[in-house]
Each structure stands twice: as structure tokens, then as C-alpha cells.
Design a protein around this ligand. Structure first.
Ligand code: PLP
Length: 446
């Protein structure tokens, strides 16, 4: 409660107490009691921890630039996949702008789930892997990140969340914001209340199902940052866990297009009965060059159920959520998405994937030539390189920067089990990758 400042009387207006859960009071009453409740914030946001490593990485880059003015840096840290280099998609873009200029589009008379032609194309894409989906189970989005963040809103606030460690930060942060975690521990670098599934060399960076009962399990496969990919058996063990304990798997398949071995599953629905316990999220960003256009999709099967929701209910809730908060992705992106999934588009997108994986091969070869151990990069655009002689992530980051002028990301910024590794991204221009690889071979002292 705050002491009321001198203000004119506003009798009859309702003051809402908001998050405090207090009863609404009339302004007149609040004025006479000389006390009020202000608007308040979602205090869960206050729990969010900004990794201390990012400012440190920025500081080290600044120090390097000051000491080495004009030195060429090879940036394999953040992904440089902004080039829209798929001719069929560029054609789609031009045709859609013509349609738009003639007002020949749908305006608000549109499907919140995404236009049918695109959902049909996405459905066909699954069909090829033997997965049958109904069009009403596919929800097109403006990139995977939005749905990764929003999907948790259809689940109860008490649900216990499990994530891989190391992990893509969005799975954790969005659940912290939603109140599913307690305080951040600066020593363990973990939140109380979240279950972390360790990923290390012994399990080749794909975890076993949790030993405790959890409700929502986030899996990223192929994985950012480790580049690990799960086998059929490994995914089956998660599906069995989820079915037995009525948990839901949220499967981020954003990098599925990078899986080269046809025996490895590209979708969780290739596992029997996974449609009873899994939601899958995917993206056009990395494999089709859509990081700027923004497009992806989420599958919420009608067979999904929870303890308190019969089959079909989660699909209805997600539809309700999307039609309230979202008007569907831009029609431009949707036409481009259909172009990317056309036979020509797919051939051209495959060329992006092949080029990226070839970049990964060059980077791996360079690291191996210095006797460094690395993982990933074979079915994923990320290489997970082990620091030499037990060096910490940040020191290895610094070594690669100062000796080879290659910028990476310290593995420990993705979670405690990332300590002792750095992540290198193969999403870079070829020339940059070639020079970075040559510099590692010539200049890195191991
Ligand atoms: N999922 C993972 C694992 C990612 O690494 C990223 C982007 O870095 C995304 C999702 C976001 O993809 P989009 O561009 O479709 O939002």
C-alpha cells in the first residue's frame, strides 16, 4: 500500500489490485482510506538471470579490438544466415508483392492457423516420413521462437519442467517468466524447481529421461548448442516415460533438415504413439533462409491428452490461444513457405543445408588437425568443441580469439554441463569459414 498523494477525487472509478490478488476497490474508498495499490509487475521476471558470460565475451572482444586495431575477426559465434538465397522463394516473394499491390489477398479473412495451402504442404512433408497429420493439427507461426515461448501458456502453472543441460535458453526463461521456477542459484547456475537433464560426453550429449516425475519435457534435436541428434531408441525412451507418467514432450525440431542419416528420426512422430504425448515445433529459418521472413510451425496432435484434459482438448486450447493472441503469420511469408516446400524450393533449400554441413566439415577438420576433440556438425549446423587440457570454456574462447581470431560462444553460457566446451556455428559465409579454418590450423597453439 502507498500513501495517496494529493489528487482530485475520481469517485466511481474502479482501481484494480492486479497481481496482489486484493479485491477491487472504488477510487472514492481508496481516497478516503488514504491508501492505494499501484499497478505491479510480474515479479517472475525479476528472477531471470542474465548470464554473466555475455558481458564478459563482449568485454574480451572489445579488449581484442583495442589491442589489434584492424585485425580481421572470423565470427563463428552468432549465425549469419540472413541471406535469402533460394531463387524459388525470391520468386514467391515477388509474386506475393504483386498480389498485395492488387489487393488480391485475404486480409483478416484468414486462417489463424495458417493458410490451408501451406498446412497442406507441411502435412505432405510429414507424409514422406510416414507421419499422417490432420490439417487442423498444424499451426503455422512467425518462427519457432514465438511458439517455443508461448506453448507453455496452455499448461498449468504448477507443472514441473525438464530441460537438457546445456540448453537453448528460451525453454527455461519462458517458464521462469511464467512462474514455474524459483530463485536462480549463481553457484550452480540453475533455477530451483527446474529439472536439468545432463548432456555430457558419456551420453554423447543426449540425456536419459529424468529420474524424477516431471510434466513438461523440452527436447531440442538436433541440438543447439551441442549438435547432438537422438536415435530412434533414445526418443522412444522419452515417449515411454511421457506415456507412463502423463508428461508432455515439447520437441524442438528446428534443425531437423540437417539430419543426413535417413535412419535417424527427423520428427518425434516417427516414434510409435508419440502423437499421444508430444508437441513438435519447427522452423523455416535455418534450412530455408527465413531468419528475416519469419515462418515456422507447431503440431498439436488431437490424440494428446493430460490428466485433466481428454484427447483433443490441448489442440482446442492452443487454437484458442493463437486466435486470441495472433492473427497468423504474414501472407508474404506463407506464400514463400509454400514456394520453399515446392520441388524446386526443396532442391534449393537442400543446397543451403549441404553448404552449411560442408562448412561444419571444414571447421571440424581444422579443429581435429590441432588434435582437438569435437562433436556435432554432422547432422547439425553446430560444432561442440572440447577445450584442450581441461581449460574452462571462457579461457578456450579467449585462446581461439587471441591466437586464431575466431569468435565462438563459451559452452558454459548454455548451462553448467556446457563448461569445458565452446560452440562454433557453421552458418557463416564460405569465405569466412575457409579463413577461420586456415587460421585455426596455422595459428592455434595446442
Ligand atoms: N529453436 C532453436 C533450437 C534455435 O536455436 C532457434 C534459433 O536460434 C530457434 C528455435 C528459433 O528459430 P526461429 O528463427 O524460427 O524463431
Amino acid at each position: 500500500m502507498r500513501t495517496l498523494p494529493q489528487t482530485p477525487a475520481l469517485d466511481g472509478w474502479l482501481v484494480r489490485a492486479g497481481f496482489t490478488g486484493q479485491q477491487s476497490v472504488f477510487v472514492g474508498d481508496a481516497l478516503s482510506r488514504k491508501s492505494w495499490v499501484m499497478a505491479t509487475i510480474n515479479i517472475n521476471y525479476e528472477k531471470l538471470c542474465t548470464c554473466y558470460l555475455f558481458p564478459e565475451v563482449t568485454r574480451q572482444l572489445k579488449v581484442f579490438a583495442e589491442k589489434n586495431p584492424g585485425a580481421q575477426l572470423y565470427r563463428l559465434d552468432v549465425s549469419d544466415n540472413t541471406q535469402l538465397s533460394v531463387p524459388t522463394v525470391v520468386n514467391g516473394l515477388t509474386q506475393t508483392s504483386e498480389r498485395l499491390s492488387q489487393s488480391n489477398t485475404c486480409g483478416y479473412d484468414r486462417h489463424y492457423q495458417g493458410e490451408e495451402f501451406l498446412r497442406q504442404a507441411i502435412g505432405n512433408h510429414y507424409d514422406e516420413r510416414g507421419v499422417k497429420l490432420g490439417l487442423d493439427e498444424i499451426f503455422v507461426n512467425d518462427g519457432a521462437k514465438s511458439d517455443i515461448g508461448n506453448i507453455q501458456t496452455i499448461f498449468g502453472p504448477q507443472n514441473v519442467v525438464a530441460v537438457q543441460d546445456p540448453t537453448y535458453a528460451e525453454y527455461v526463461d519462458t517458464n521462469v517468466m511464467a512462474g514455474r521456477a524459483e530463485a536462480h542459484n549463481s553457484i550452480t547456475c540453475q533455477y530451483a524447481g527446474i529439472a536439468y537433464m545432463p548432456c555430457h560426453e558419456r551420453n554423447l550429449f543426449f540425456p536419459e529421461p529424468p529420474t524424477q516425475k516431471v510434466d513438461l519435457i523440452y527436447l531440442c534435436c538436433p541440438n543447439n548448442p551441442t549438435g547432438a541428434v537422438a536415435t530412434h531408441e533414445q526418443l522412444k525412451s522419452f515417449v515411454e516415460y511421457a506415456l507412463k507418467l502423463q508428461a508432455i514432450i515439447i520437441f524442438d525440431a528446428s534443425y531437423a533438415a540437417f539430419i543426413t542419416d535417413p535412419k535417424l528420426p527427423r520428427s518425434i512422430y516417427e516414434i510409435e504413439d508419440a502423437d499421444r504425448c508430444s508437441i513438435e515445433i519447427n522452423s523455416f529459418s535455418s534450412s530455408c533462409g527465413f531468419a528475416d521472413l519469419r515462418l515456422g510451425w507447431t503440431v498439436v496432435p488431437k490424440n494428446l491428452s493430460t490428466e485433466d484434459a481428454p484427447a483433443g482438448k490441448l489442440n482446442v486450447l492452443w487454437h484458442r490461444r493463437q486466435s486470441t493472441f495472433f492473427n497468423g503469420p504474414s501472407i508474404i511469408a506463407q506464400y514463400c513457405g509454400a514456394a520453399a516446400l515446392s520441388p524446386d524450393g526443396r532442391r534449393e533449400c537442400q543446397a543451403i543445408v549441404d553448404r552449411t554441413l560442408d562448412n561444419a566439415r571444414l571447421i571440424r577438420d581444422a579443429l581435429n588437425s590441432r588434435s582437438l576433440v569435437c562433436y556435432g556438425g554432422q547432422h547439425a549446423p553446430y560444432i561442440w568443441a572440447k577445450s584442450p587440457s581441461g581449460m574452462r570454456s571462457l579461457d578456450f574462447f579467449d585462446k581461439l580469439l587471441s591466437e586464431a581470431h575466431v569468435v565462438t560462444l563459451p559452452g558454459s553460457s548454455y548451462g553448467p554441463h556446457g563448461e569445458g566446451f565452446v560452440r562454433l556455428s557453421a552458418f557463416a559465409r564460405r569465405e569466412c569459414v575457409e579463413r577461420a579454418s586456415a587460421s585455426i590450423k596455422e595459428n592455434l597453439r595446442v
